[in-house]
Design a protein around this ligand. Structure first.
Ligand SMILES: *Cc1c(COP(=O)(O)O)cnc(C)c1O
Length: 385
């Protein structure tokens, strides 16, 4: 076993020691931490729905009608009608035959691969896939091959070499990558999965609510829903709530209800959380202006930083400014905090060595003026290094 003291000493010495920062309040894009107010660039509440009065009302009504907890796992006394209502609405939203609700995206991904794949099978995953996907693959007995980020030539080379010696095969990627804010080449991924007779799992955690005509994600935006076998996403990011969904065929849903341990052996989400998720889906459908405004402002923010000479990644509401070493990222984040902007430095091992960055997570509450001022502040703070 690794020595705890040694681990902490090494992390501290490298400037990688992490600690928690409790929030007192979060309202309209502002947070209060340690009695100080900041403009919040750390939240995944992209559409500003977490504090929306309609969702809060529906949640409060459900708390009166139901109980605080759900009282059991879905198969053992915790299966409420409202869970089924959310599953039906999600299936319709994602344009799939059915959907299964999980307690979190982490729980879904961690249970997914073990449920579906066995020793003769293989998974091909993008190098930048979320930790929950990696943990899930590790729990399965399938062979695992990682392709370079968004590199379809590398993926095809791996498929050519290894596909033949495995029975079933699953590709996995994300529509928007959480630390780079960029998009997977989904059309090419679909082509390759067809060519090599594989299935495809798409993680839409950061795209759900933000992309697509109805706001259901990138698969919808690109018209690829029918080609993608398994669509997963969360209610915890743009939808401002909690929980996750797997949208696929009814047959697959029944199989998961019977086999997926991270679904079976965990208490189901409380009914009021489900009521909040239902309300959030109404808002996503009825208020497309929220996501359009968010993406327009993100583009404006990216352009102004690029014009100032910064290295920007991505093409979404997640705007990473890559600063190289850990100290640069830490110093800039501190300076911005002093100016009233709350932004998190992202450091290895979350991102590769030498790619420390500030990750600006934009949301509906950020005005054009806020973003303009912030871009100027970033330029000023990094010049005085
Ligand atoms: C956030 C996230 C998850 C996990 O979802 P939770 O509901 O927060 O557990 C899974 N995949 C990706 C890509 C994510 O960004």
């Amino acid at each position: 076993m690794e020595s705890i003291d040694r681990f902490i000493a090494v992390r501290t010495q490298k400037g990688l020691y992490r600690s928690l920062n409790p929030i007192t309040s979060r309202k309209n894009g502002k947070i209060i931490i340690d009695s100080r107010e900041y403009t919040d660039f750390s939240s995944n509440d992209y559409l500003g729905l977490a504090g929306h009065s309609y969702i809060l009302e529906k949640t409060q009504t459900a708390l009166k009608d139901f109980t605080a907890g759900s009282s059991g796992s879905r198969l053992m006394g915790g299966d409420w009608e409202i869970h089924h209502e959310l599953e039906e609405k999600t299936a319709e939203f994602k344009n799939k035959e059915s959907a299964l609700i999980f307690n979190s995206g982490y729980q879904l991904n961690v249970g997914f691969f073990k449920t579906l794949l066995s020793k003769q099978d293989a998974v091909f995953s993008d190098k930048l896939c979320h930790a929950s996907i990696l943990d899930g693959i590790k729990l399965s007995d399938a062979a695992h091959f990682r392709f370079k980020h968004n590199d379809m030539e590398h993926l095809e080379a791996l498929l050519k070499k290894h596909r033949g010696s495995h029975k079933d095969c699953c590709l996995v990627t994300e529509s928007i990558f959480s630390m780079d804010g960029d998009r997977a080449p989904l059309k090419d991924s679909v082509e390759l999965k067809n060519k090599y007779n594989c299935r495809l799992l798409l993680d839409e955690a950061h795209a759900t609510g933000v992309f697509g005509t109805n706001g259901s994600g990138m698969a919808e935006e690109l018209g690829l829903t029918g080609e993608i076998d398994y669509l997963m996403g969360t209610f915890s990011k743009a939808l401002g709530g909690f929980g996750a969904y797997l949208a696929a065929s009814s047959r697959l849903k029944d199989f998961f209800i019977n086999k997926c341990t991270s679904f079976i052996y965990s208490t189901s989400l409380p009914p009021h959380v489900i009521a909040g998720n239902l309300a959030a889906m109404d808002l996503v459908k009825n208020e497309p202006a929220r996501r359009m405004q968010l993406l327009e402002r993100a583009e404006m923010f990216r352009n102004s930083l690029t014009n100032k000479g910064f290295m920007i990644r991505g093409d979404s509401q997640i705007v990473p400014v890559v600063l190289g070493d850990v100290e640069n990222a830490g110093t800039l984040s501190e300076k911005l905090k002093q100016k009233g902007y709350w932004v998190m430095p992202v450091r290895p091992p979350t991102v590769p060595e030498g790619e420390a960055r500030l990750r600006f997570s934009l949301n509906y509450h950020h005005t054009e003026e806020t973003l303009k001022n912030l871009a100027e502040e970033i330029a000023r703070a990094s010049q005085t290094e």
